[in-house]
Design a binder for this molecule. Sequence first.
Ligand code: KG4
Ligand code: ZN
Length: 350
Amino acid sequence: SAAPLVLGIETSCDETGIGIVQGRRLLSNTIASSMDEHARYGGVVPEVAARAHLEALQPAIEAALSEAGSTLGLDGPLPLSALDAVAVTSGPGLAGALMVGVGAAKALAVSLGTPLYAVNHLVGHIAADILTGEEVEYPTVALLVSGGHTSLLLVRDLTTDVELLGETMDDAAGEAFDKIARILGLPYPGGPQIDKAAADGDPTAIRFPRGLSRASDMQKHRYDFSFSGLKTAVARWVEQREAEGLEVPVADVAASFREAVVDVLVTKALDACAAYGVPRLLLGGGVIANRRLREVALARAAQAGVAVRIPPLSLCTDNGAMIAALAAELISSGRRPSTLEFGADSTLPV
Ligand code: KG4
Ligand code: ZN
């Protein structure tokens, strides 16, 4: 039978993502973000995100169908009736935001009479790699870093065997960037701002702490992350300077902070590759846009004999195409669809 035509809905955070795939082929990937609406709060506001999803869903679905129609060379949009299945992120994420996507997906699947697949957001990030068109090999270690999560996973098989090795105990990596940017007086979202400011700074100027990296952390938290101590250290350092009436060297603080985050992310990811004998590392999530992270990951992985994969940014940030891609793999592997009983689950395990 032909590769399944799947529409995927992603609403776990602030991006309303609708993607359509045909098996491993990407047909459309439309994203509406409510980022701008959160800017004045300095972070994603759950209620604002949920409402924005409600407003963005219908136009995003229409845009995705149009884009898919043109990718396939049709005269108009891809008709909904052509879909073989609907897929949706059921968790983890913001409960209210997830609920909007889950409700829409159920309504769509029921009205079309198609199977419905509820999928895990983190596994979706891993599935994004399939859409690059390059041969994907498992096992791989995956490091997912965004404003909402910081997770290290071992993927032995995408559809049957994904293991969470570790995750953040407090702030997500992107969240840490956003909070430090705020301390330094830089606008939201802070990641790109810190990246820019750090370009002229000395990453060795200040030695900030690497969370959960001491020998005593290696038993219980070898693959976990913590950024709240780092955040406090930066805040204290800046306050101290100001109390002494000295100017804050923004570029050096940004570069030193970024170095601490990057160091701990790459060290733990490559440690997992070594410990499990896996010579592959997949990167995903919006923080992958960070130049220094890519640079350090590529350099240290090359030394360690680990092959790094970084999908294009449009597939790394939250999107619906990765959700559709995961469902298409599940269908091809013979997985039964979800029943309608499932709901949004903000803490859904992998
Ligand atoms: O995956 P993503 O687009 O969506 C959510 O998590 O909602 O990630 C957004 C996060 C924000 O926290 C942003 O500050 C961070 O990714 N980010 C970066 C960079 N670009 C975006 N962090 C560090 N360096 C960057 N260049
Ligand atoms: Zn995500």
